[in-house]
Design a protein around this ligand. Structure first.
Ligand SMILES: Cc1cc2nc3c(=O)[nH]c(=O)nc-3n(C[C@H](O)[C@H](O)[C@H](O)COP(=O)(O)O)c2cc1C
Length: 364
């Protein structure tokens, strides 16, 4: 389904080259002030056509609110938003009806939907469907910020180029600053080298992937972890894996934990000056037993290199049943990572509002 969430549910509809895409967000608390300008900041961070790393498809991405907000406040009724598709060039996708792109959803979708799926621009599998998710996330983020919960992410790596990782204690202001940028990194030098890496890939008619590191601060200890399968990791990863091109999700030390000794991996506890239980390191990424530890929630999300590359590639013609060579036309990002950063933050915001008791502030 293109719906996700039990407490606050997001449903996303549309196809890349149809008249419009959009979302319905249900279960929001009533009476929450929504600053549409702040929502637009998030939409612009994800929007295409921002620089060399991004597709040249230009979309205004102007959200039209249809319901759920009155006089700038949520009404508690389903919030519906519509975003028109204006800049489509469907002829670029004509040959994909017969010859699927390696690395994209064209072939398995053709089999599953018996050729009925809209292949233009990737149809419902397009990265464009993340625009309504970013809208919804921006609404949820405002509700969370009011309770002292901050979300921010950055490009931790692009190809072989690495940014610094988050420190153990993450200042809220660090996350707020990242959450305003269109290509956030912690180290400005890393960003310059990442841009070069993306440009190299583009010139080589190729693409490059990377890892996004996302953090949440202000989460008190003891949240989530509803039994064996209702933990933080499951909640967050199930929405992250809905983001097109996401192929891996890890928490804290993640896969690196497997190569560590317990003495190295365990996060030692201590009381800070305010009497709060903290840990010296955060290899757990803020979750133990699927329950929040009170430390920042830190996760990494692996984004694959863009499937649609301009180089000729081997493929098959599903009509003639011949092997063939495919040249992909259309406008594609040589690297999805920068535009996926606000998408990961948005998904985290929607996930957070699905945690029981998240909106109750209680100090322990
Ligand atoms: C913001 C964003 C933009 C994307 N842009 C493109 C693109 O221009 N070309 C492309 O081939 N894939 C793009 N994708 C990824 C594809 O939609 C995705 O790889 C495809 O649907 C197959 O799904 P999977 O990679 O999750 O298996 C984008 C994804 C995101 C999140």
């Amino acid at each position: 389904m293109s719906s996700w969430g039990n407490k606050v549910r997001i449903s996303i509809f549309g196809e890349s080259h149809g008249p419009a895409i959009g979302a319905v967000l249900e279960g929001l608390p009533a009476g929450e002030a929504i600053d549409l300008d702040a929502v637009l900041v998030q939409m612009r961070r994800r929007a295409p056509g921002q620089g060399r790393f991004s597709t040249s498809r230009r979309e205004a991405d102007t959200p039209k609110l249809l319901s759920g907000v009155l006089d700038g406040r949520t009404t508690g009724a389903p919030l519906a938003v519509l975003i028109e598709n204006t800049n489509t060039r469907s002829q670029d996708y004509q040959n994909l009806l017969e010859v699927p792109r390696p690395g994209h959803a064209d072939y398995p979708a053709w089999v599953k939907y018996r050729g009925g799926n809209d292949v233009r621009g990737g149809g419902h599998f397009s990265g464009r469907l993340t625009a309504p998710l970013v809208f919804a996330g921006a609404v949820c983020r405002q509700i969370l910020l009011r309770r002292g919960i901050h979300i921010g992410a950055h490009a931790l790596s692009i190809g072989p180029v690495r940014d610094d990782a988050f420190p153990v204690e993450i200042p809220d202001e660090m996350l707020d600053a990242l959450a305003r940028e269109s290509f956030p990194t912690l180290n400005p030098n890393a960003k310059a080298r990442m841009l070069d890496e993306i440009e190299d890939a583009r010139k080589a008619l190729d693409s490059v992937g990377g890892v996004i590191e996302c953090a949440v601060t202000g989460l008190r200890a003891g949240l989530c972890g509803e039994g064996m399968f209702g933990g933080i990791e499951g909640l967050f990863s199930s929405i992250f894996f809905g983001i097109p091109a996401v192929k891996g999700v890890a928490f804290g030390a993640g896969f690196h934990a497997a190569a560590m000794r317990g003495s190295e991996h365990n996060d030692p506890y201590y009381f800070d000056a305010a009497g709060r239980v903290r840990t010296r390191t955060n290899n757990a990424g803020g979750s133990l037993g699927g329950i929040s530890t009170g430390m920042p929630l830190v996760c990494t999300v692996a984004v694959k290199p863009t499937a649609s590359i301009a180089r000729p590639q081997e493929s098959v013609n599903l009509r003639t049943r011949q092997n063939t060579t495919l040249e992909v036309h259309g406008r594609h990002d040589p690297c999805i990572v920068p535009r996926a950063v606000p998408v990961v933050e948005a998904a985290a915001a929607v996930a957070l509002l699905n945690i029981d008791g998240i909106l109750e502030t209680e100090d322990r």
